[in-house]
Design a protein around this ligand. Structure first.
Ligand code: KIV
Ligand code: ZN
Length: 525
C-alpha cells in the first residue's frame, strides 16, 4: 500500500449538484444550488462537484458563484476530454480559493466505440487533455468512465498516462453500477500495485447503485486503498443513484473498529441536508432509507418498543442526534405493545392503573386494526370514551361539487348536515381545497385554525387513494381528522369535518390549552 493509501483520512467528494442533479427530474434552481453548496461546505465536505460548466449558461453561473462563495471546500467542475470543456470549467472554478478541474473520458470498449477512437488515439487524447487541465490548475482529477468494464491492462496504461500528465486524483467510476465489493477492492489494489506513480496520487471511488451495492462497493474500495469517496446526499443520482454520503460516513463512524477511517463531516448536519436536497430536487426520501428515512429511527413493534424504552441500544446502532434527528419515535400501531402504550399515556399525562391500561389496550388494538397509525388524539379519545360516539353527528358531508382549473377563482358547492339540518352553500377560494374549506366554515362558523394539512398517496397512479390528515387548533385544544378517498378534495373535506367534529366533543371535555402538541421520545435515552 502507498503512503497516501495508508493514511486513515478519507476525503468526501460530494457530487449532489452534478451527478445528483443529472437524475431525470432533479433539476435545481440557481439559488437552490447555492444554498446546498453552502450547507455542504459547512458540513465539512472536502470537495464539492458543483456542476458541469459547459452544459449550459445556468450551470456555468452556478459553478462560478459557488466557487466565489466557497469557504473550506475544494470546488470542482466537470469537463469532457476536450480543451473547450476544460477551459470553460476553469473559467468557472478559478474563482474558488481551492479550485479543481475534473476531466473524464469513457475508456471501456463500449465507450471507446462511440467516438470511434483506437486505444492509442484515446491514450493520446488523455495525455493532451490532462496536460492542458494541469497547465490551468494544479488540482486535476481524471476519471476513466466505465472503468469497471475497461480491460485491466488498458486501464493501468491510461491511469499511468493521466498521472504522468499531472492528474492529482484518479477516480475509478463504476459508471453502470456493475461491480460487487470484492471486485471494487481488487481494481484499486491492482492499480496501486501495477501503475508507476500510483503512490503519489489519491485514488477515488465513484459507485452507482444499479445493483444496490454502491455503498458496499465504495467502502470495499477504501479498504483496498482508495482515499476519496464520491457520493451524493440521499444517494441522488442517475438511474438507481450514487453512493449515499450519509451511509458511507455513518458506516465509518459506527464500524470504526473495522473501518478505521476519519472524515471531516459534521454528521449532525446530515438530516437537514437530506431534507433540503429532497425538497429542492423533488425526490422524496423513501421511508425505509438508511440513516435519513422517516422510519430509520422509528419503532412500532411491541418487542422493539419495549426494548427501546429500556435501552436504546437494543434496536439502534447510532444515536438519532448524531445525524441531526431530534429523537427516536415510537409510533403506535397494531404491532405496538403495552409498554409503549403506557409510556405514551404517561407522556399525555395519564397515570394508569394496570386494569385501566389493560382496558385501554384492548380498545387501542381494535382501533389500530382499523387505522394505520394511532395519533395522540385517538388515545385521548379512547380514554375519554369518545371513540365512535357522537363525533360524526354534528357535521356530516352530504354532497360536494368543485369547479377547478386554470381560471380561478375555484368554486365549491357543498351540502352538509349541520346539527341535523341540511344546508347548502357556494364558496370560492384559492384552489378547490381552499374553496371547499371556505364552504365548510360558512356552513359551520368557527374560529379553529388549520395547523396541518397533509396528503399522502396510499397507492400508485392517478386513481390513487389519498389519505388526508387535518389538524386544527382552537383555544389550545387540538383535534386531528383523517379520511381517505380517491378524490383528494373529498378526502380533504371529510378530514376537515372529522377534525371539527372531534373539536366539538373536546370543547366539552378538555380545558382550554390542555392539549399537548407533540410527543417526542428523545428524553427517554
Ligand atoms: O459515473 C460516472 O462515470 C461519472 C463520471 C463523469 C465520473 O459520473
Ligand atoms: Zn456518476
Amino acid at each position: 500500500m502507498t503512503d497516501i493509501a495508508k493514511q486513515d483520512q478519507v476525503l468526501i467528494f460530494d457530487t449532489t449538484l452534478r451527478d445528483g442533479e443529472q437524475s431525470p427530474g432533479a433539476t435545481m434552481t440557481h439559488d437552490e444550488k447555492l444554498e446546498i453548496a453552502e450547507l455542504l461546505d459547512d458540513m465539512g465536505v472536502d470537495i464539492i462537484e458543483a456542476g458541469f460548466p459547459i452544459a449550459s449558461e445556468g450551470d456555468f453561473q452556478a459553478v462560478k458563484q459557488i466557487a466565489e462563495r466557497s469557504k473550506a471546500s475544494v470546488i470542482c467542475g466537470l469537463a469532457r476530454a476536450n480543451f473547450k470543456d476544460i477551459d470553460r470549467c476553469w473559467e468557472a472554478v478559478k474563482h474558488a480559493a481551492k479550485p479543481r478541474i475534473h476531466t473524464f473520458i469513457g475508456t471501456s470498449p463500449l465507450h471507446r466505440a462511440i467516438p470511434n477512437l483506437s486505444m492509442d488515439e484515446m491514450a493520446d487524447k488523455i495525455h493532451d487533455t490532462v496536460t492542458h487541465a494541469r497547465n490551468l490548475c494544479d488540482n486535476v482529477q481524471w476519471s476513466p468512465m466505465d472503468a469497471l468494464r475497461t480491460e485491466h491492462d488498458y486501464l493501468c496504461r491510461v491511469v499511468e498516462i493521466a498521472i504522468k500528465a499531472g492528474a492529482t486524483t484518479i477516480n475509478i467510476p463504476d459508471t453502470v453500477g456493475y461491480t460487487i465489493p470484492r471486485e471494487s477492492a481488487d481494481i484499486i489494489k491492482m492499480l496501486l500495485e501495477r501503475v508507476p506513480g500510483a503512490d503519489e496520487v489519491i485514488f477515488a471511488t465513484h459507485c452507482h447503485n444499479d445493483l444496490g451495492m454502491a455503498t458496499a462497493n465504495a467502502l470495499a474500495a477504501v479498504e483496498a486503498g482508495a482515499r476519496q469517496i464520491e457520493c451524493t446526499i440521499n444517494g441522488l443520482g442517475e438511474r438507481a443513484g450514487n453512493t449515499a454520503l450519509e451511509e458511507v460516513v455513518m458506516a465509518m463512524k459506527v464500524r470504526n473498529d473495522i473501518l478505521p477511517y476519519q472524515t471531516h463531516i459534521d454528521t449532525r448536519k446530515i438530516m437537514h441536508l437530506s431534507r433540503r436536497v429532497a425538497t429542492v430536487s423533488g425526490f422524496p426520501v423513501q421511508f425505509n432509507k438508511a440513516i435519513v428515512g422517516k422510519n430509520a429511527f422509528a419503532h412500532e413493534s411491541g418487542i422493539h418498543q419495549d426494548g427501546m424504552l429500556k435501552n436504546a441500544e437494543t434496536f439502534e446502532i447510532m444515536r438519532p442526534e448524531d445525524v441531526g434527528i431530534a429523537g427516536t419515535s415510537l409510533p403506535l400501531g397494531k404491532h405496538s405493545g403495552r409498554a409503549a402504550l403506557r409510556s405514551k399515556m404517561n407522556e399525555l399525562g395519564y397515570d394508569m392503573a394496570d386494569n385501566q391500561l389493560n382496558d385501554i389496550f384492548v380498545r387501542f388494538k381494535e382501533l389500530a386494526d382499523r387505522k394505520k397509525e394511532v395519533f395522540d388524539d385517538d388515545l385521548i379519545a379512547l380514554v375519554q370514551d369518545e371513540v365512535g360516539q357522537g363525533e360524526a353527528d354534528t357535521l356530516q358531508l352530504k354532497r360536494l361539487r368543485v369547479v377547478c382549473g386554470t381560471e380561478g377563482p375555484q368554486e365549491a358547492d357543498l351540502t352538509m348536515i349541520v346539527e341535523g339540518e341540511e344546508k347548502t352553500i357556494d364558496a370560492t377560494g384559492d384552489g378547490p381545497v381552499d374553496a371547499a374549506f371556505n364552504a365548510v366554515k360558512m356552513l359551520y362558523p368557527h374560529k379553529a385554525k388549520l395547523q396541518l394539512y397533509q396528503v399522502h398517496a396510499v397507492t400508485e397512479g392517478t386513481d390513487a387513494q389519498a389519505t388526508v390528515t387535518v389538524r386544527i387548533e382552537e383555544d389550545g385544544r387540538i383535534a386531528t381528522g383523517q379520511s381517505a378517498d380517491t378524490d383528494t378534495v373529498v378526502a380533504s373535506v371529510k378530514a376537515y369535518i372529522h377534525a371539527i367534529n372531534r373539536l366539538i366533543v373536546r370543547r366539552e371535555k378538555v380545558a382550554p390549552g390542555e392539549d399537548r402538541k407533540e410527543i417526542n421520545y428523545k428524553d427517554l435515552h
